[in-house]
Design a protein around this ligand. Sequence first.
Ligand SMILES: [Zn+2]
Length: 152
Amino acid sequence: MPRLPILWPEGGPTFTYKGGCHCKKICFEFEHPDIYSMPALECNCSICTSRGYIHVYTPQDKFKLTKGTDDDLTTYTFASHLVQHRFCATCGSGIGVAIPCQGFVSINARTLDGIELGRLQKILANGQNLTLSTPERWDEAMSSIHASSTSS
Ligand SMILES: [Zn+2]
C-alpha cells in the first residue's frame, strides 16, 4: 500500500496526465485524481531546490513510460539512497523521483504537457529538516507533511 505525502483518494475517478523530458526521448503518463485541486509540494531541501521540482504524486503502478525505457533515464541517489532522482540521459530534464520503499513516484509538474503552473495548489515542504535515512523515518516524515498539508 503506497503511502503518499498527500492524501490520495482511492477508488475515485482519475485523469490521465502526460509529460516528458525536453528532448522527448522520455515520455510518460500517469493517473491522478486532479493535479489542480490536490496539493503540489515544493520542497526546500538541497536537491529539490537545485532541480526545481514541483512534486505531484501517484502510486508507482499508476505511472508508466510511453516512450523511452529505464535505460534512457539516469538515476541519481545520495545519502540514504532511498530516493531515486530520475532525469533524461540526453537533455537532463528531471522528470521526478521514485521512492520504491514507499511505493510511489513524484512527477515534476514542470515536465507535464499543457500544465498551468499558476493553478497548482503549491505548499512548501520543509524537507531540509527531515531525516529520511530509513524507511521508518520516511513514515514519520510523510505523517508530518500530511499534517501540514491538511491544516491550512
Ligand atoms: Zn530528454
